[in-house]
Write a protein that binds this ligand. Structure first.
Ligand code: NAP
Length: 297
């Protein structure tokens, strides 16, 4: 880990900033807010921006990135931009056009990371890396068996650099994290703050992570917020963490994750509040032969 730069080196040699800005928002949120929040995030110091075709916001996120390049805040190479291939484009002949469509919306020449949003085939993605349209290839929502299968694929050209999965103190993914580390694959945590609790996806009776009494007490002790404790927890266990907020105060607050440390005993206490609560249960892919969440990890 390159601590000074707050970034981690991936197994293909590229670097990924360990704090990422999440851009997904529910359909009711005006798209202009996404653009504004992304600009604020870049101004606040975020250099890793996470989006996807299915978030339907790449035009706005691209606009924000390009405007921060135009005003001299950053250069293109300072930004680590992630896009994701949605399940409707998993047939090999649809893969590159899907990435090209994202690039066109973004008005960028390449993405830094292209992620397979749910488990499927990798070959066509490898060609996108060869064509320079993405610097790195990753996967998302893979369980360890699906990862293993990809790693053991005869003729695999590029192993995925990361597996982006739901991960927070209530679903700490200890086993999957150990597995990923053993294979030099970075685990990227989404819903690290307990998800947006969208009523279309998330059981409204599930416990609210940021209301957890242990997190709150620890936040008090460190004079931080429960959100910061949840983000810091990931960074200290070697996880790259995404944080979504469209509120300027919180976007800036979440950058304080680099300003403090949790002692080992607090890390252990946080390990102890795991409840295997999965907020995003992928109900839209239940029944698919590659449904990822029925394995223990
Ligand atoms: P999250 O990061 O868990 O955040 C959840 C909510 O926390 C936000 O709606 C935000 O609300 C609030 N929040 C942020 N900072 C806070 C703070 N300091 N104090 C109190 N509340 C705070 O959200 P997420 O969208 O589930 O996950 C993050 C990103 O991961 C997404 O945006 C997306 O880029 C990615 N993701 C990927 C997948 C996948 O399948 N690969 C799935 C889900 C998400 P406000 O905006 O109101 O501040």
């Amino acid at each position: 880990m390159d601590r000074k730069q707050h970034r981690v080196q991936l197994n293909d040699g590229h670097f990924m900033p360990i704090l990422g800005f999440g851009t997904a928002a529910s359909a009711e949120v005006p798209k202009s807010e996404t653009e504004e929040a992304t600009k604020i995030a870049i101004d606040a110091g975020y250099r890793h921006i996470d989006s996807a075709f299915v978030y339907d916001n790449e035009e706005q996120v691209g606009c924000a990135i390009r405007s921060k390049i135009a005003d001299g805040t950053v250069k293109r190479e300072d930004i680590f931009y992630t896009s994701k291939l949605w399940v409707t484009f998993f047939q090999p002949e649809l893969v590159r056009p899907a990435l090209e469509r994202s690039l066109k919306k973004l008005q960028l020449d390449y993405v830094d990371l292209y992620i397979m949003h749910f488990p499927a085939a990798l070959k066509a993605l490898e060609k996108c890396k060869d064509a320079g349209l993405t610097k790195s290839l990753g996967v998302s929502n893979f369980n360890h068996k699906q990862l293993e299968r990809i790693l053991n694929k005869p003729g695999l050209k590029y192993k995925p650099v990361c597996n982006q999965v739901e991960c927070h103190p209530y679903l700490n993914q200890r086993k999957l994290l150990d597995f990923c580390k053993s294979k030099d694959i970075v685990l990227v945590a989404y819903s690290a703050l307990g998800s947006q609790r969208d009523k279309n996806w998330v059981d409204q009776n599930s416990p609210v992570l940021l209301d957890d009494p242990v997190l709150s007490a620890m936040a008090k002790k460190h004079k931080r917020t429960p959100a910061l404790i949840a983000l810091r927890y990931q960074i200290q266990r070697g996880v790259v963490v995404l944080a979504k907020s469209f509120k300027e105060k919180r976007i800036r607050e979440n950058m304080q994750v680099f300003e403090f440390q949790l002692p080992e005993e607090d890390m252990k206490v946080l390990d102890g509040i795991n409840k295997n609560v999965r907020y995003t249960r992928g109900e839209f892919v239940i029944g698919h032969p590659e449904f990822p969440f029925s394995e223990e990890y």
